[in-house]
Design a protein around this ligand. Structure first.
Ligand code: MG
Length: 106
């Protein structure tokens, strides 16, 4: 029987321990950071970034389990809503600016 993503993450935490997985999470975040910087400079491929994103997602799933999955899900939802509001505010600002430019051109 194949294990779920959550079960594999739990098994990783149990097998290697939280301290090592925290270190691994930090390491994977640094690798993603490096891949993104190299990608922006044209020195990394799309696949390099994708593999590092996957690594970070797996480590974040482990951290979520270790530090409180339910509260992490709540925070995720809250922060997504906050981002949606910021997007809407940015769109309004752009529209106001475009309108001001049109008025100035009259
Ligand atoms: Mg990696």
């Amino acid at each position: 029987m194949s294990r779920t993503s959550k079960q594999i993450c739990k098994d990783a935490l149990e097998t290697f321990g939280l301290e090592k997985q925290i270190d691994m999470c930090i390491e994977e975040c640094a690798e993603l950071q490096n891949a993104l910087l190299k990608f922006r400079r044209g020195r990394a491929k799309l696949e390099d970034v994708q593999t590092e994103i996957a690594d970070v997602q797996i480590m974040c799933e482990q951290m979520s389990i270790a530090f409180g999955e339910k509260q992490t899900i709540v925070e995720h939802g809250r922060k997504l809503q906050r981002l949606a509001i910021r997007i809407d505010e940015a769109i309004v600002k752009v529209k106001v600016k475009e309108t001001a430019i049109k008025i100035n051109e009259l």
